[in-house]
Write a protein that binds this ligand. Structure first.
Ligand code: PBG
Length: 316
């Protein structure tokens, strides 16, 4: 075996997997107000920024695709997450700012109510405190249409409500936005690795947890069923989330579907690498590039990662 691994040239020639800057999607957190650029303590290097700051920085973004999360103030949150469906809300404003400066940038938006509801759950609640599926998906459809009308290329529903992809497809089509894609967080697990994100997005559930709607980390067949349902409902892309502990799921979906597939290298995965590098126990660049290459090898076409900007700098 060693003959063919002897030189850089030989090794590169035999490489089965590539990592390109166009495979990466950068998450962005947008807050209300002006002149805001607030570091997220649990995610070194990540900030929450207001739309004006984002607009000023747009030209410098190296990634060619972004995923936007709206992070409204507590006073803007209510029971039904009404700030999420406004045409002039935070996310529509951010989309317009990005597209004005960079019309070619692929703009994807997170479609979920957890950042907008006072209780922090991903949908609206019934009197008994459960998440009401069908009332929630109607709101998700409106939210996606507001983003698409502002120019988003893809809506990425992450609420794990049943039928959300169909509801969003119908809402988009009814609004004359048939050209807008849906990237479904089809196989999203109830994961402890979202901890730092909930700090960044101020979206931790006020009571209970998300195990009544997100997948159990123990279940592999169920993840494929979720993805197949979303495909049938009209998803254009599928996603697996988190990424590194779930590469078997990435591989299963790659084999089980012809749709393009994304993997979300989530906040906890990012924080682990950042903190280990800071502690001097791993070489950051090598470890991150290895992690990303392995996610691609498992079958992901695109990777959502807080490392996107650094990777673009490293491999450009
Ligand atoms: C919203 C949402 C979450 C993430 C993306 N969209 C958090 C959650 O489900 O609690 C996590 C992203 C990350 O950890 O980087 N539903």
């Amino acid at each position: 075996m060693r003959r063919a691994r002897r030189t850089d040239g030989l090794r590169r020639l035999a490489s089965e997997t590539t990592l390109d800057k166009h495979d990466l999607i950068l998450p962005l957190f947008v807050v209300s107000g002006t002149n805001q650029s607030v570091p997220v303590d649990s995610m070194p290097g990540v900030v929450r920024q207001s739309v004006d700051v984002l607009a000023r920085r747009t030209a410098e973004i190296r990634s060619s695709a972004v995923l936007i999360f709206g992070v409204p103030d507590d006073c803007e949150k209510d029971d039904t997450g009404s700030a999420a469906v406004r045409d002039d809300g935070l996310v529509p404003q951010a989309i317009r700012a990005l597209k004005a400066e960079r019309p070619d940038m692929v703009v994807i938006t997170d479609v979920c109510l957890c950042g907008y509801t006072s209780h922090g759950h991903c949908g609206v609640l019934t009197e008994s405190g459960e998440v009401h599926n069908d009332r929630s998906i109607a709101l998700l459809g409106k939210m996606a249409a507001a983003h698409a009308a502002a120019g988003a290329d893809m809506a990425a529903p992450s609420a794990m409500m049943d039928g959300q992809v169909r509801a969003i497809r119908e809402a988009l089509d009814a609004a004359g936005l048939g050209h807008t894609c849906i990237m479904s967080y089809a196989s999203k697990f109830a994961s402890a690795f979202y901890g730092p994100f909930r700090d960044a997005a101020r979206s931790a559930p006020g009571f209970g947890d998300r195990r009544g709607y997100q997948l159990s980390p123990a279940n592999r067949r169920e993840a494929l069923r979720e993805a197949m349902l979303d495909e049938a409902e009209g998803a254009d892309w599928l996603m697996v989330k988190p990424a590194m502990p779930y590469l078997d799921i990435v591989s299963d979906l790659r084999a089980g579907s012809r749709l393009p597939l994304a993997a979300y290298h989530v906040s906890g995965e990012y924080a682990m690498l950042k903190l280990a590098a800071k502690a001097g126990v791993i070489f950051e660049r090598e470890a991150v590039l290895e992690a990303m290459t392995c996610i691609r090898r498992a079958g992901a076409d695109a990777i959502i990662t807080y490392y996107a900007e650094e990777i673009c700098r490293w491999i450009d």
